[in-house]
Design a binder for this molecule. Sequence first.
Ligand code: IPM
Ligand code: MN
Length: 377
Amino acid sequence: MSQEYRIAVLAGDGIGPEVMAEARKVLEKTAAGEAISFAFDDQLVGGAAIDGAGIALPKETLAACEKSDAILFGSVGGPKWESLPPNEQPERGALLPLRKHFGLFANLRPSVCFPSLTHASPVKESIIEGGFDVLCVRELTGGIYFGSPKGREERDGEPVAIDTMVYRRSEIERIARVAFTAAGSRDHRVTSIDKANVLENGLLWRETVEAVAKEFPEIELNHLYVDNAAMQLIRNPKGFDVVLAPNLFGDILSDEMAMIAGSLGMLASASLGQRAAGPGFDAAGDAEELYFGLYEPSGGSAPDIAGQGIANPIAQILSAAMLLRHSLGLGEAATRIEKAVRAVIDDGLRTSDIFTEAEGTRRVNTVEMGDAIVERV
Ligand code: IPM
Ligand code: MN
């Protein structure tokens, strides 16, 4: 009997629906090769939900996510909703509550530059020749994003704004374990980021990561202050394997790494919470840890090219692959998708964002890229 997985599909705004259609095709094709099937549950989110239901994250959407094995997220936001109050805007109004509601504490952001796509990076060829593969593990539900007190008050007759950076030891421990575990199936190196020369938080972060490292003797650990890390990442991205960072620092450094990699259209991400109970989880029978998760491209909704059918669907497709691996325990199926993506790049297929006139390359649109990957899966 085939196992059915329920996926909440939140395509969102801009290029979201276009690239999501390609990811679904790839998932369907992948399922055909395994004894599995997918039930996709389409729901409104972001600007589309503001227009359709008056709020960026409607109750029905949240309820559908609760019933699902995982969430496949597109992208949200656009000029149409930029004048709304910050908390009601698509990005903050949908993403932050989803993270908090599902306790998605671990944000995995792979920054991968394929050897044949180094030209898409603004960084000198001599620095990134041969490409690179860095994984940012960002803490996602703590730190200055969510600490209290938070807000505004008046002091001495003028407004004061307050955000508080708070980390509990247990929050640092669990994200550190995710980073060390990930390093175990990579190059066995973790660089932990903090500001221990200034922040109390940095001291606790560093001593806690040191303690967790003892559980992983095969992993090499080093520490960098965040300001120095910002420089070293651009000086020698190839020197990094896993970068472990608190919420705000990870937000900033992962964007820097995405820029160094070249095209946002290629970068996937996963936001993982506790292991969830449900039909999908018992059947996996896999030793790997499984998490409930939200999977989304690192790039935004790209309103400038939305509706033209030229967006790169690879980030969305690779996000779907991460979903298979981390939430469904289907690591082999995920690898098949990742290999198919590499194969079409090797074949010279390029969407506009990664295209340069060169021998053996061909410019394709969103659907053509999706079809070529489906073909290869
Ligand atoms: C991201 C985004 C979000 C963040 C915003 C939209 C709330 O920048 O996912 O990195 O800061 O976490
Ligand atoms: Mn960000």
